[in-house]
Design a protein around this ligand. Structure first.
Ligand SMILES: [Zn+2]
Length: 263
């Protein structure tokens, strides 16, 4: 009898222990499930936040495009006198780079088409890419140059003081408005016609609307000049431009200019 009791007790203990373990396992499983659910929720939240950010970015892009579209449609038509005048386009190629997905050779023909459409097609067109050209990919410069755009190396990438003010002309500046040293009224006082809006600040809409196919455009010969070294006459080949970029004297002059501007 005693033995039976003992056995029964032991069996009960065993059973209890088993139950306890099962309960523990169940609890762990439940917790795991909870955790997994939470993780899934977190992942979804992260995805939503990411989507929201994307939407926000898209909205900003659309806003910019609308602004640029408006800007492009706002270009003031040339008067009869302006239509026949020479047009100078100064393009800060560092501040307003060729947008992704467009060939650098398309910039000049696109500008030309935009100007012609607004009545500025009568006189000669000069397009100059200026800025810190050493920071622009060489391949881009090569393509730009070969499409007939002049290259101008400026001491600090700043246009200030370099627009030729000696005769009437239409002037278009493509640059960051904060970096453009010329004002509409300042240029008008000097007898120039700054093409409005001034400065024009981005190439994307212009290229989207006016760029044709690479190869269709007619290339014109271009010149390059270095206003750090005040060379004369301007260079005619891209090869000499490249060698000038690594020219020792050019670098020394650049450094001297930089030091002078620090005082
Ligand atoms: Zn130089």
């Amino acid at each position: 009898m005693m033995k039976d009791m003992k056995e029964m007790k032991e069996m009960k203990e065993m059973k209890d222990k088993q139950d306890m373990e099962e309960m523990k396992e169940m609890k762990e499983m439940k917790e795991m499930k909870k955790k997994r659910k939470k993780m899934k929720k977190m992942k979804k939240m992260k995805e939503i936040v990411f989507d929201m950010k994307e939407i926000e970015m898209d909205m900003k892009e659309i806003e910019m495009e609308v602004k640029e579209m408006k800007e492009m449609n706002e270009i003031k038509r040339a008067t009869q006198k302006q239509a026949g005048a020479v047009t100078w386009v100064y393009w800060d190629i560092k501040m307003c780079p060729v947008p992704d997905g467009f060939h650098p050779r398309l910039v000049r023909p696109s500008i030309k088409r935009l100007l012609e459409k607004n009545g500025y097609g009568g006189g000669p067109l000069n397009v100059i890419a200026y800025g810190k050209l050493a920071d622009v990919p060489l391949e881009t410069l090569r393509e730009v140059f070969s499409s007939g755009i002049d290259l101008k190396l400026l001491p600090h990438g700043n246009l200030s003081g370099y627009i030729d003010l000696s005769y009437p002309a239409n002037i278009m500046v493509i640059s960051d408005p904060k970096a453009c040293p010329y004002s509409t009224s300042g240029l008008q006082a000097l007898g120039k016609n700054p093409i409005q809006p001034f400065p024009y600040h981005s190439l994307s809409t212009l290229l989207m609307k006016y760029s044709g196919v690479v190869g269709e455009e007619t290339a014109e010969s271009a010149l390059w000049d270095c206003l750090v070294c005040a060379r004369d006459p301007p260079g005619q080949s891209f090869a000499t431009f490249i060698s000038h970029l690594s020219d020792e004297e050019h670098h020394e002059r650049l450094i001297r200019r930089f030091h002078r501007s620090c005082y």
